[in-house]
Structures are given as C-alpha cells and as structure tokens.
Design a protein around this ligand. Structure first.
Ligand code: APR
Length: 248
C-alpha cells in the first residue's frame, strides 16, 4: 500500500469527524472542465464579463451563452469514482459531510446524503423580479429560459458579487471548526470565503489531506498529506486502504 495513502487512511479511521471539501477538479473526469486549468472555463469566458451578478443583471442573454455550455456539459455528466468513493466513506460512517463549490449535483447523484452546496445548485432557477422558482427540467432546452412574468431566469448558483447561502456558510464553518480530518479534493482554493475552511480546520488541529493533480496555495503550509494524482484514482485508493485497514 502506498505510504501516503496508508497515512491518509489511518487519519480518516482515527478521526471522529471527517469532512470533504471539493472543487471543480473532482468533476473533470465526469467531463466537466474546471475553471482555472488550461482549457478551463475561464480560459474561454472572462469571469468578470460572464460570472458576476452585475453582468447577469445588465446582459442576461450574453451570460446564458456561457451558462448554456455549462448546462449541456453538466447534463451529460455522470458521477465518477471519486464522487462514489466519498459516498461510500459516508455510508461507512467515516465521512460526515461533503462541502462542495460545485453546482453539478454529482455528489448527490453519486450517493452522498449530506452535501453542503457552497455555491448553490444549477438544477433549479429563480426569477430575480417576481421570485418564482422552476426546476431545471421545466426549462431544459430553453435558452435563455423565461419566467412566466416575462423576465429571463437565473440559475440558483452563486455568481461573483452574490452572498454565499447563510445556512451553507454557517454549517460549513461549524463543521470545519470541529473536524479531525479534512479531505480537500480538486480545488485551487483561491476563492473566498470557501478557502477559509481549510485554514479553520488546520487551526483546530485537523489532519489535512489534499488530493490534486498539482500543488496549490494550500500545499506548502496547510496540507499534511498530499496525494498527487487524479481524484478518481486517489479517492478509490483511499477507500480501498480504509477497507483493508478496517478489516485487520
Ligand atoms: N483530479 C484532481 N484534481 C484535479 C483534476 C483531477 N482529475 N482536474 C483538475 N484538478 C484540479 C486542478 O489542478 C485545480 O487545482 O482541480 C483544481 C480546480 O481548480 P479551479 O478550476 O480553480 O476550480 P475550483 O477550485 O473549484 O474553483 C472555485 O471558482 O470560479 C469560481 O465558482 C467557481 O466554484 C468555483 C470556484
């Protein structure tokens, strides 16, 4: 068994409360490009022009050009071995919650029950004018999607310039303040306030296990165990190691 994987598995088994923090990297192997890697979404769309609430309010048709590409990609995506592995850890009683920046619903579709969506979810839409809400399925294929009041709908995802849902932020911070092991998977950890959570967990003495293809801003001063590689391979390896050590 790989030494780092074994160390990570032991940390999870010894922990009374383990969390997973995830970013776009965990869904890349499901076919959804991340944001900041080469060829990522922000390589093709300027986030200031396409991902701020101000750009949506001033030109929703333009923003829906990007959103349409995202929706069609997410529609085709299925949970991968990393999403499923986290759900297995939860079912084994070894993972309390997934706190995700992703809006693709793949953790839930992969079987995770306790998922905190820090940046909302693209599976529903709201009218900023009359507040009517729609399921994504009701508006699928309609670009841009219109409310019955005549205005263009906004997906229930957090744009730059919008507040993080209060319940998500509060519960995430409470959990990060009492966890003993933290898995950080597929995130560059450059966006706040999400990136406060690893620091808070570190502060309370949690073992920080980072899974990524590359080193990040966390690696040199927050991360205790770095598992460099694809999320599907590292999470599957971790779950297999946990099962093996548990059976000894
Ligand atoms: N396995 C593991 N890590 C991966 C994989 C993979 N297969 N593919 C990519 N990664 C890593 C990248 O190396 C990178 O460090 O995932 C990370 C993705 O970083 P970002 O693209 O910045 O995505 P994320 O951290 O989720 O962005 C945070 O920024 O634009 C906003 O709202 C958006 O929620 C998003 C937030």
């Amino acid at each position: 068994m790989d030494e780092s994987i074994e160390k990570a598995a032991r940390a999870v088994l010894d922990s009374n409360l383990t969390l997973a923090l995830t970013g776009a990297g965990i869904s890349v192997e499901s076919g959804i490009p991340d944001f900041r890697s080469k060829g990522g979404l922000w390589d093709r769309y300027d986030p200031d022009e396409y991902a701020s609430i101000y750009s949506f309010q001033s030109n929703p048709e333009k923003v829906w050009q990007m959103l349409r590409e995202m929706e069609e990609t997410v529609d085709k995506a299925r949970p991968n071995a990393a999403h499923i592995g986290l759900a297995e850890l939860e079912a084994m009683g070894l993972l309390k919650s997934v706190i995700t920046q992703n809006v693709d619903n793949l953790h839930q579709e992969g079987g995770s029950k306790d998922v905190i969506e820090y940046h909302g979810n693209s599976r529903s839409l709201t009218c900023l004018w009359c507040n009517r809400r729609y399921d994504y399925a009701q508006k699928k294929g309609e670009y841009p999607p219109y409310c019955e009041c005549g205005r263009i709908l906004k997906p229930d995802v957090v744009f730059f310039g919008e507040a993080i849902p209060m319940a998500a932020m509060t519960r995430s911070y409470e959990l990060a303040s009492s966890c003993q092991a933290l898995l950080i998977i597929g995130t560059s950890a450059v966006v706040s306030p999400f990136n406060v959570l690893p620091r808070q967990a570190k502060q309370v003495g949690a073992t920080i296990i980072e899974i990524n293809l590359e080193r990040t801003v966390l690696t040199d001063h927050i991360t205790d165990i770095l598992l460099l590689g694809k999320a599907t391979e590292m999470v599957s390896g971790l779950v297999a190691a946990v099962r093996e050590l548990k059976s000894l």
